[in-house]
Design a protein around this ligand. Structure first.
Ligand code: HEM
Length: 167
C-alpha cells in the first residue's frame, strides 16, 4: 500500500478515535456523573453546554476530516458509482456513507437545539419549565442516536476491512 494511503488511514483512525471516543466519554462518563457533582439542574445543563462547546472545537474538524479521508479511501468506488451497488464491499460502503449522513444530520440538530437562545432560556426561565424540559429530552435523545450510529459506523468499517463479507 502506498505511504500516502497508510497516512490517510492513520488520520482517519485518529479522527474516528476523537469523534467516537469523545462522544462516548460525554454520554457514558460525564453526563451520568454530573448528578454527583452538583444537585442544581441549571448548573448541570450549563456544565454540559460548556463542555459540549469545547468538545465541538475538536470534534467538528475531526468529523470533517473523517468525511474527506473517507472519500479518499473510497475513491475507487466513487469513481465508478455502479460498484457501490454491484459489489459486497460497495454495498457496505454505501450503507456506511448513509449512516454517516445520519450522524451529521442528528449531530447538527443536536447542536442547533443547544444554541444561545436555549442557553438564555435556561438562565432566565425555570429549568423545570415545559419548554426547557422538552428541549432537554430532544437533545438527550439526539445525542444518544448520534453515539449509537457512530458505533454502527465502526462496525461497518470492520466489515469493510474484511472485504465486505461477514461470514
Ligand atoms: C463518523 C465517521 C467515520 C468513522 C467513525 C469511521 C471509522 C473508520 C474506521 C475505524 C476505519 C478502519 C480503518 C482501518 O483499520 O483500515 C475506517 C475505514 C474506512 N472508512 Fe471510515 N469512518 C467514518 C467515515 C467515513 C466516510 C464518510 C467514508 C466514505 C465516504 C469512509 C470510508 C472508509 C473506507 C473506504 C475505509 C477503508 C475500509 C477498508 O477497506 O479497510 N469512512 N473508517
Amino acid at each position: 500500500m502506498p505511504l500516502i494511503d497508510v497516512l490517510v488511514i492513520w488520520v482517519h483512525l485518529i479522527c474516528a478515535s476523537i469523534w467516537v471516543g469523545g462522544s462516548i466519554f460525554l454520554g457514558l462518563i460525564l453526563a451520568p456523573m454530573l448528578g454527583s457533582i452538583t444537585s442544581s439542574m441549571e448548573e448541570r445543563l450549563s456544565i454540559m453546554i460548556r463542555v459540549g462547546r469545547r468538545f465541538n472545537i475538536v470534534a467538528l474538524p475531526s468529523l470533517l476530516v473523517l468525511v474527506l479521508t473517507g472519500l479518499y479511501n473510497s475513491r475507487a468506488y466513487l469513481a465508478e458509482p455502479s460498484m457501490l451497488v454491484r459489489t459486497d464491499y460497495g454495498i457496505i460502503l454505501l450503507i456506511k456513507i448513509i449512516v454517516v449522513i445520519g450522524v451529521l444530520i442528528t449531530y447538527f440538530i443536536h447542536i442547533k437545539l443547544l444554541g444561545n437562545d436555549v442557553e438564555k432560556k435556561i438562565k432566565t426561565e425555570n429549568v423545570y419549565s415545559l419548554y426547557v424540559q422538552s428541549i432537554r429530552s430532544k437533545i438527550i435523545i439526539l445525542g444518544r442516536i448520534t453515539v449509537i450510529m457512530s458505533i454502527v459506523v465502526l462496525l461497518l468499517a470492520a466489515i469493510l476491512r474484511s472485504g465486505g463479507y461477514i461470514i
